[in-house]
Ligand binder design. Structure first.
Ligand SMILES: C[S@@+](CC[C@H](N)C(=O)[O-])C[C@H]1O[C@@H](n2cnc3c(N)ncnc32)[C@H](O)[C@@H]1O
Length: 256
């Protein structure tokens, strides 16, 4: 079942309190460029974390999201910004309205990502650029305790997240040039598993991999972690939960 962002909006920003995203910030800063008259659009903006980050640096931003609850939080943060409810596949802006389109951790939720890239191309001016951030589990490089303890999560992510090669093919097909991918951030977090459970780090609303589980499947995963904690303790060891994940940035450009 798709992630119900209406339900998890209230807890969504926890990720920005618990983790730092310096790699994404750096990539976004390079993508936005140094001209503060550059006009940006974030598609799938959620609670507006990245729009607020750009707004604070003087960029003019608009944004769109499909969830009213997520957008309501973005509006509280940015009452002056052009924030619209809609879908990535039918952007409610005129052609050639923006210099940059960004999409952070949202592409894997779009029912028709190829159509999103055509829309991104349409709303961009000459010389503009598109930027997406996301996991690519197909690379096989990542380790994540969520994949190990919550049955089916890795398999579902392999279906949900397009490989970066696919993202570049979609960009090329939509008319972007020079598409390229790099690792913007390599997240490496190890937390004592008992502490992670106590602090709610593996709470059902913390990430879509867990939010999309049924309550029963989620509870089974938590039980599996508890059992692994006990097994480790019986050996005089402590269990750690691990997130060793690469966030890939892919960019493409419109001819000037
Ligand atoms: C993981 S959140 C990312 C939010 C934000 N970009 C961030 O990084 O904090 C994904 C967002 O994509 C939105 N979304 C899902 N499908 C969408 C679609 N077809 N069009 C626009 N937004 C969509 C969801 O409502 C959700 O707010």
């Amino acid at each position: 079942m798709p992630t119900d962002y209406e339900k998890i909006a209230a807890e969504y920003d926890r990720r920005y309190r618990d983790n730092e995203y310096a790699g994404i910030e750096g990539a976004l800063e390079r993508f936005a460029g140094s001209d503060s008259s550059t006009r940006l659009l974030e598609v799938g903006c959620g609670t507006g974390h990245w729009v607020a980050w750009l707004d604070a640096r003087g960029y003019g931003c608009a944004a769109l999201d499909a969830s009213e609850a997520m957008l309501a939080r973005a509006r509280e943060r940015l009452p002056h910004a052009d924030l619209r409810k809609g879908t990535a596949e039918a952007l409610p802006w005129e052609s050639a309205s923006f210099d940059r389109v960004l999409c952070v951790n949202a592409l894997h939720h779009f029912p028709d990502p190829e159509c999103f890239f055509r829309e991104a191309r349409r709303v961009l001016r000459a010389g503009g650029g598109v930027f997406t951030v996301g996991l690519d589990p197909s690379g096989g490089l990542d380790s994540w305790s969520i994949y190990d303890f919550f049955e089916g999560t890795r398999a579902r992510d392999l279906v949900r997240y397009p490989p970066v090669t696919q993202v570049r093919d979609w960009m090329d097909a939509a008319g972007f040039r020079g598409s390229e991918t790099s690792v913007a951030q390599h997240i490496r977090i190890r937390t004592n598993a008992s502490e992670a459970l106590r602090r709610g780090i593996l709470g059902k609303s913390t990430t879509s991999q867990l939010a999309e589980l049924t309550d029963a499947d989620y509870a089974r995963g938590i039980d599996a972690i508890r059992a692994a904690i006990e097994l480790a303790a019986s050996r005089g060891e402590e269990l750690e939960v691990v997130a060793d994940l690469r966030l890939y940035v892919t960019t493409g450009w419109v001819d000037a």
